[in-house]
Design a binder for this molecule. Structure first.
Ligand code: 3AL
Ligand code: ZN
Ligand code: ZN
Length: 507
């Protein structure tokens, strides 16, 4: 057994002999002593968790993790059982212990549209899904987060409601994009980076940016070494022939697909060429970083981004579970729960997204959890052209990624990279995103093989369960426990009473 201790040392421990019967230390995941009140369901702030399958130090295997004062203090790798004999331990048997997920793209919609989602409901859903940190988008709340003052409103609205840690993106909009001091005050106030749209966002007070706004905004971001997240769809100057015409049935999913073809993503990426070049070494905004959110087009748009990366641009790409789980062929006509932008495309495109993810061309995953009030989904009417575009998914992203990724041979290490390590790097979250000594104890424990049916009786913590496209699906991967900063915030379908997650502000 080796042990990695805080401060990064790796110490060989005396080999503890004793081939103890495995059963000796095995306990049910939760004994009667657990289940206290307040921030944690576990009444200790110094304890060990262990399993046969811990994703840590670049490997997957038996290990025990010491949690102390909210941090990971040490990791014992190998035959940990004898070592743990007299210590408070939760032994999870063969369940997976993995870094908690970091979702860098979620719309929690508060203040202003709390009837769509909210900090309390959204972060409870996150905790139930093994997400320990999320970064809230600057739009869909009202007002949008585009200034120091509006960030303050966010923080006020979030107070005492966070069940997981939450950071905030600010908005890059025409009103602030050409005004470096306005951007600096937003960045100084602590947003982790900025987000902009290259097409109408669907939210009036969050207007789209042109390439000049983006290029200028990046110059300020470069000074702060924070990223610009871009919704990369642009309405091409000339809509091509099979563009939407008034005759098509708005309930047919094919109509929606035609209304938002891959050419929109392509046009946006082409428009970003100069901005991407500016991020190269010696470029005008060297140090800045462009992050393409929710890539759907795995063809030309992906190809252009691969070229840009190869040329030295600082660009990263995310896609979302709905593009990996669903295909256009299976979206029922009239079922607007599946409406999102860019759209879910055909099954060949889905396979190509998986391939790009597995090959490392797509860097990470995010939920783009973007709910609305149910009436805006127009579920009765089924009109794809008028319904709110956005998928509700926050609670389900881990089982969805796993259930569908298994067929493509994904590994637990890849899951941890796409959902924890890479997102932590994007958002500049130090000491998060991995199970390592000295890191915050943000951990998910889950059973990959446990199947469940997302039926009407399944507990769902999103504000509106019925608008989620995943309802009715069979999934594998059940979340047993979620720890945030050493607090057991979710276990056995229960949340800790108090909301003790932290707001995260960049310094
Ligand atoms: N405003 C907003 O959340 N839009 C999101 N919804 C979606 O499907 N794509 C988006 O960018
Ligand atoms: Zn978007
Ligand atoms: Zn979004």
């Amino acid at each position: 057994m080796v042990m990695a201790a805080a401060k990064g040392r790796v110490l060989p421990l005396l080999a503890v002999a004793a081939a103890l019967a495995a059963a000796l230390l095995y306990r049910a995941p939760f004994s009667k002593s657990l289940g206290g009140e307040g921030c944690s369901l576990l009444p200790h702030d110094h304890f060990w968790i262990a399993s046969e399958c811990v994703v840590t130090l670049g490997r997957v295997g038996p290990a025990a993790v010491e949690v102390k004062g909210g941090l990971i203090n040490a990791i014992a790798v190998g035959d940990y059982r004898s070592f743990l004999l007299r210590r408070p331990v939760v032994d999870y048997g063969d369940a997976v212990i993995m870094p908690g997920l970091i979702d860098v793209h979620a719309h929690l919609d508060e203040p202003g549209r709390a009837e769509w989602e909210g900090f309390s409901t959204g972060t409870r859903a996150a905790a139930a899904g093994g997400i320990t940190t999320l970064v809230d988008m600057p739009l869909n709340s009202y007002p949008s987060t585009v200034s120091e003052e509006t960030l303050k409103l966010k923080l006020d609205a979030a107070k005492d409601k966070l069940h997981v840690d939450v950071g905030f993106w600010g908005g890059l909009v025409p009103e602030n994009a050409l005004n470096p001091s306005a951007l600096e005050s937003l960045l100084n106030a602590g947003v982790l980076g900025l987000k902009s749209f290259m097409c109408p966002s669907g939210i009036n007070d969050f207007p789209m940016t042109n390439s000049t706004h983006i290029e200028e905004g990046l110059v300020t971001l470069a000074k702060y070494k924070r990223p610009l997240l871009i919704h990369a769809e642009r309405i091409p100057d000339v809509q091509n022939e099979d563009g939407i015409d008034g005759e098509l049935d708005p309930k047919a999913y094919t109509t929606y697909l035609k209304s938002r073809p891959p050419a929109w993503e392509e046009a946006a990426i082409k428009d970003l060429q100069r901005a991407m070049e500016d991020t190269e070494i010696g470029g005008r905004s060297e140090g800045a970083h462009i992050h393409i959110v929710h890539l759907s087009d795995a063809k030309t748009s992906l190809g252009l981004l691969k070229d840009a990366k190869q040329n030295g641009a600082r660009v990263s790409i995310e896609t979302c579970p709905h593009y990996l789980a669903f295909s256009a062929e299976e979206v029922p006509d009239g079922d607007t729960r599946f409406k999102c932008a860019p759209p879910i495309r055909d099954s060949t495109n889905r396979d190509n997204l998986w391939e790009a993810l597995l090959d490392g061309h797509i860097d990470m995953l995010s939920s783009d959890h973007s709910p609305s009030a149910p009436d805006l989904k127009l579920m009765e009417e089924g009109n794809f052209l008028r319904a709110w575009g956005g998928i509700s998914s926050l609670q389900f992203v881990l089982p969805v990624t796993w259930s569908h990724g298994k067929k493509y041979g994904i590994s637990l290490n890849q899951l941890a990279s796409w959902w924890s390590e890479r997102p932590a790097m994007l958002a500049g979250l130090k000491k998060k995103g991995a199970i390592l000594p000295g890191y915050r104890a943000d951990i998910v424990v889950w059973k990959p093989e446990a199947q469940f049916h997302l039926d009407d009786s399944h507990p769902v913590y999103h504000k509106h369960r019925n608008i989620s496209a995943y309802l009715g699906k069979q999934l594998s991967g059940k979340i047993l426990s979620t720890f945030v900063g050493g607090n057991l915030v979710f276990a056995e379908d229960k949340h800790a009473k108090a909301a003790c997650g932290a707001p995260i502000l960049a310094k």
